[in-house]
Ligand binder design. Structure first.
Ligand SMILES: [Zn+2]
Length: 149
């Protein structure tokens, strides 16, 4: 569904949960989704026009299939700002914390020369992040392709 957008929003620091695993177009599950969105005070992003209509203010119909267009739509609606912050795990949404030297070394995939890099750790996934590891190409794409509203 909106898996790529979900990951990108986390890279942009936004608290983003995903409904993957639920059946698309199932009205009962749609009701559950809208209930979760209302309880957790979230905006439900969907490609499903019927679900967006039922959700009213709680849901937003995402028009494009292209993730950059999707981000642009959210920026144009003043829902998000154009930024990349390394504050959430892109896989699980957990808030990242600074990684310890031990975690950096143990990961086995940190760059050798890590003197001037900042490292972050997801305690859920035991995953190491650093500025440039994942955010860099996204940051360049967002910088190039997304217009400030
Ligand atoms: Zn994680």
């Amino acid at each position: 569904m909106l898996g790529t957008l979900t990951r990108y929003l986390r890279f942009m620091g936004y608290d983003t949960t995903s409904a993957s695993g639920l059946l698309e177009g199932d009205r009962k599950e749609d009701t559950v989704l809208l209930g979760i969105a209302r309880t957790e005070r979230r905006l439900l992003l969907t490609r499903d026009a019927e679900l967006a209509r039922r959700g009213g203010d709680t849901a937003l119909l995402i028009r494009s299939e292209d993730v950059m267009d999707q981000i642009q739509q959210l920026i144009d609606r003043h829902l998000i700002r154009k930024r990349i912050v390394m504050s959430r795990c892109s896989l699980c949404n957990e808030v990242l914390r600074e990684a310890s030297a031990c975690e950096i070394e143990r990961s086995g995939y940190a760059p050798r020369d890590w003197g001037n890099l900042s490292f972050y750790w997801c305690r859920n996934c035991n995953k190491l992040y650093w500025n440039g590891s994942h955010g860099k190409s996204l940051e360049e794409r967002v910088g190039r392709e997304i217009k400030d509203s």
